[in-house]
Design a protein around this ligand. Structure first.
Ligand code: ADP
Length: 489
């Protein structure tokens, strides 16, 4: 099959979250399975300034936006350690900015995000023609590419490059929908006839994610549990009806992990390497991390890592309430994250209040993320909802036992440590069901109890490190989805 993978970010070129990890890895594994695949993303400033080289293809695309002709050159790079081409759509007015989506000065989305991703979506389809690519499947991801399935079935229904393409639409987070005022319909070039409640209108506005859900041949999300959860009013974000309508076409494929990047045996970003059979390096990583964070090293005190966007989705509202009690326990915390100002303030205050117990890093820092995965004993993800979650999977490989809430991908990937699962070797972490501060606190305490039993703890770490969440498994499931899409008329 010829697969075109479209995403608004891909690691290592530009990343704000898990989507980038998927876009930077999955295509390589699809290619390994014998398919032709390429990736499209915008040529952001971050990509231009980054380490990966990009060459001008000499080709460009032109898209009509209202009465203007907007052009963009197409650059080409490759996903590292692979032969997967990455096509970068250049348009400096849209993409040569400080951030990918957010206007830092105003702390809101860029006012022209609709136009930026309308252009990108159409530019990708135009670029297929310009580059001679004839996709069987266009795999779109998240709202930024949600209009593409609609375009293929309408404006591009006669296009020589893409009219035959089938579409898969993966939702990495249903809460981000790309909702814009109705006049932005004019930017899309789509017929106003589509602006109705069964297609791309949503409470009087244009909803790009909904367009993907309605028009894609196959809908996918990043865990089985989340695929079910988004069909309920609790986590459907107002789109549960649309998803229920298409329930036969909705599936969930858990993300894989790129073990060439996240592997304590080879990781160049951590101070010492280690494996399940020799954990000495992990102790060295912990010591180095504590030193880096200016925290005292107490051999028997467990260290909890947190790496996250600082948003309520990730459980920081219940953590805030439970924190004073948690800090009375014998533990230390290292946090890395950026996000809501409210949580920046919370953790700045906590760092002052508990200088020997909490290390706070309010930045985005990939190297430190690796060092925390390696140096911590436990990893906390008390998410309210979590489509897949990647850090719990990295944590397993680094022997850093996840403490998670049973939602979405966390529920699908972590097995709670209870006497039975510990005995039969299936336990991989600590899981709580109800989203409240008391359950969070109790679960941390359970983890600390086990930590004080070194033989049992070592057993749990071994189970965790033996898990295989590589892309090989997920890539096969994606190929099945592509076949399912192809079978649609
Ligand atoms: P989401 O996409 O909802 O933010 P995921 O767990 O799917 O959450 O993916 C988050 C990714 O971003 C992980 O690879 C994580 O390590 C990384 N990450 C999040 N915050 C930071 C940060 N402040 N510094 C470095 N990496 C981060």
């Amino acid at each position: 099959m010829n697969i075109v993978f479209v995403a608004s970010e891909a690691a290592p070129f530009a990343k704000t979250g898990g989507l980038a990890d998927v876009a930077g890895a999955l295509p390589k594994f699809i290619q390994e399975l014998g398919h032709t695949v390429c990736v499209f993303m915008p040529f952001y400033r971050q990509v231009k300034q980054g380490k990966e080289k990009a060459a001008d293809t000499g080709k460009s695309v032109t898209v009509s936006i209202m009465n203007r002709k907007v052009t963009g050159r197409i650059f080409q790079s490759t996903l590292p350690n692979s032969k997967v081409p990455v096509y970068l759509i250049e348009n400096d007015a849209y993409y040569d900015r400080d951030e990918l989506y957010l206007d830092r000065a105003k702390n809101t989305d860029y006012a022209d995000n609709c136009e930026r991703f309308v252009f990108f979506s159409r530019a990708v389809l135009e670029a297929c023609d310009a580059l001679g690519i004839r996709p069987d499947v266009v795999h779109c991801n998240d709202w930024q590419t949600g209009l593409i399935p609609a375009y293929i079935k309408t404006l591009y229904a006669q296009d020589r490059a893409v009219s035959r393409a089938h579409t898969v639409f993966t939702v990495h987070n249903l809460a981000y929908q790309g909702v814009f005022w109705h006049w932005d319909m004019k930017l899309t070039g789509l017929d106003w006839g589509l602006f109705n409640w069964q297609q791309i209108e949503f409470y009087g506005k244009l909803n790009c994610l909904k367009a993907g859900l309605v028009f894609a041949d196959v809908i996918n999300t990043v865990s089985r549990r989340y695929a079910q959860e988004i069909q309920t009013p609790q986590l459907g974000c107002g789109l549960e009806g649309v998803l229920q309508e298409r329930t036969e076409d909705v599936s969930g494929v858990v993300n894989g992990i790129d073990y060439t990047v996240w592997n304590p045996e080879t990781d160049p970003l951590i101070p010492a390497r280690y494996s399940a059979s020799d954990l000495a390096g992990k102790a060295a990583c912990k010591k180095a991390l504590l030193e880096l964070q200016n925290l005292p090293h107490q051999k028997h005190t467990p260290l909890i890592g947190i790496i996250s966007r600082l948003a309520a989705q990730k459980g920081f509202d219940i953590l805030e309430i439970a924190l004073p009690e948690i800090m009375k326990l014998d533990l230390q915390i290292v946090l890395l994250g950026t996000g809501d100002r409210k949580y920046h303030e919370l953790f700045e205050a906590a760092a002052k209040e508990y200088p020997k117990s909490i290390g706070v890093n309010l930045t985005f820092n990939n190297t430190l993320a690796h060092q925390i995965e390696a140096g911590a004993d436990m990893f906390l993800m008390p998410s309210h909802y979590e489509p897949c979650g990647l850090n719990q999977l990295y944590s397993l490989r680094y022997g850093t036992m996840p403490v998670v809430r049973a939602t979405g991908g966390l529920a699908d990937t972590i097995v709670d440590c209870i006497p039975r699962t510990l005995a039969n070797g299936t336990a991989t972490g600590f899981v709580f069901e109800k989203y409240n501060p008391a359950e969070l606190f109790d679960t941390i305490r359970r983890a600390l109890d086990l930590y004080r039993r070194p033989a049992d703890w070592a057993g749990l770490v071994r189970n965790g490190m033996a898990q295989d969440w590589s892309w090989h498994r997920s890539a096969r499931e994606y190929v099945e989805l592509y076949k399912k899409a192809l079978a649609k008329s």
